[in-house]
Ligand binder design. Structure first.
Ligand code: F6P
Length: 335
């Protein structure tokens, strides 16, 4: 058999553990199989850029951040039938039996579109996908995405650093968090680090309430702003400063952007283990002739049935745009 592995969308720590596990599990279970890495993600599939992977080529990478295969975004792939056809043809011409994908929301949509093309053209390749993203925006009702907990670790540490200087200077910090239209990374890191407030995408923020909260605190205040919120840090800062001016008080406000730092660095052990476990299950299922599908797990050893790609690619089947009420209640209870 012939397998290929691809990482797509924004890189996330744990993707390398996924690649390593695909290669090792394949070559240990059936050494006659060849494994090919698709270079630069979806771009490499369109430009037919594959590299043979052996056990040595994935040695020592499990905890490393980023992805050794690279990932270049091709947003048009989800909707452009010519690109989908090219990708499907390349899988066919290279005689790939299984393509293993680790990526976020956009990657699962691209995989679903290519899979639809594959079925229409009666190509034999099957696509098995795993969620890989710091955003936790992929079918998060079925577990968390690979890289989410790694990014939380980094965010938590950065928020602690900011606390040191914020409390020393009695300052207010507005802190931007990545996460696209999902507030999970901002919200969970806020809970873990004990931030005073998290502004979520689509929220109708009561700035007078926020200003009062800042005034009532005697030292630092950290307010996390999720990427999907429609105002930038400087606009929020200006709004708060205007309120303080009217109240005739002074609070020093600083802004800081955690974004790309959240994505890099060593993978969390939970991400390494889960990425490896999901990859192992995919390889085992490929040898059992599994159909295309989406694989996830809450923990190592958890073995839920794969989800059909059309469900995994359907935004209405995930709840990433809103934080569940019980999690909001939980956060408020810890304030
Ligand atoms: O999807 C991961 C992510 O980091 C998002 O949180 C963010 O919106 C986006 O990627 C940034 O993408 P880029 O690296 O293309 O700027």
């Amino acid at each position: 058999m012939k397998f290929a592995v691809l990482t797509g969308g924004g890189d996330s720590s744990g993707m390398n553990a996924f690649i390593r596990a695909i290669v090792r599990a394949t070559l240990n279970m059936r050494p006659e199989t060849s494994v090919w890495g698709v270079l630069d993600g979806w771009k490499g599939l369109i430009y037919n850029d594959f590299r043979n992977l052996d056990k040595g080529s994935v040695a020592g990478i499990a905890s490393a951040g980023g992805t050794i295969l690279g990932t270049v975004r091709v947003p048009e792939l989800a909707t452009d039938p010519i690109l989908q056809e090219t990708a499907a043809r390349n899988l066919h011409d290279n005689r790939i039996d299984y393509l293993f994908v680790c990526g976020g929301n956009g990657s699962i949509k691209a995989a679903h579109s290519i899979n639809t093309m594959i079925q229409a053209e009666k190509i034999k390749t099957k696509i098995l996908c795993a969620p890989g993203s710091i955003d936790n925006d992929v079918c998060n009702e079925f577990g968390s995405s690979i890289g989410f907990y790694s990014a939380l670790d980094k965010s938590h540490e950065m928020l602690e650093w900011i606390k040191d200087t914020a409390s020393s200077h009695r300052r207010v910090y507005l802190i931007k968090s990545m996460g696209r239209d999902s507030a999970y990374l901002a919200f969970y890191s806020g809970i873990a680090a004990g931030a005073e407030y998290v502004i979520c995408p689509g929220e109708n923020v009561d700035y007078d309430y926020l200003a009062t909260m800042i005034e009532e605190r005697d030292r630092d205040t950290r307010i996390i702003v999720a990427e999907g919120y429609d105002q930038d840090l400087h606009t929020i800062r200006k709004t708060l400063e205007d309120i303080f001016k009217k109240r005739n008080v002074i609070h020093e406000i600083r802004t800081v952007d955690m974004s790309y730092f959240q994505r890099g660095g060593k993978a969390a052990v939970s991400d390494i283990l889960r990425a490896s476990w999901v990859a192992y299950r995919m390889v085992k299922d490929a040898y059992a002739h599994a159909d295309s599908g989406f694989y996830t797990a809450y923990y190592t050893g958890h073995d839920p049935a794969p989800i059909p790609l059309h469900i995994a690619a359907d935004d209405s089947k995930t709840n990433h745009e809103g934080i569940p009420q019980d999690i909001i209640d939980f956060a408020i209870a810890l304030r």
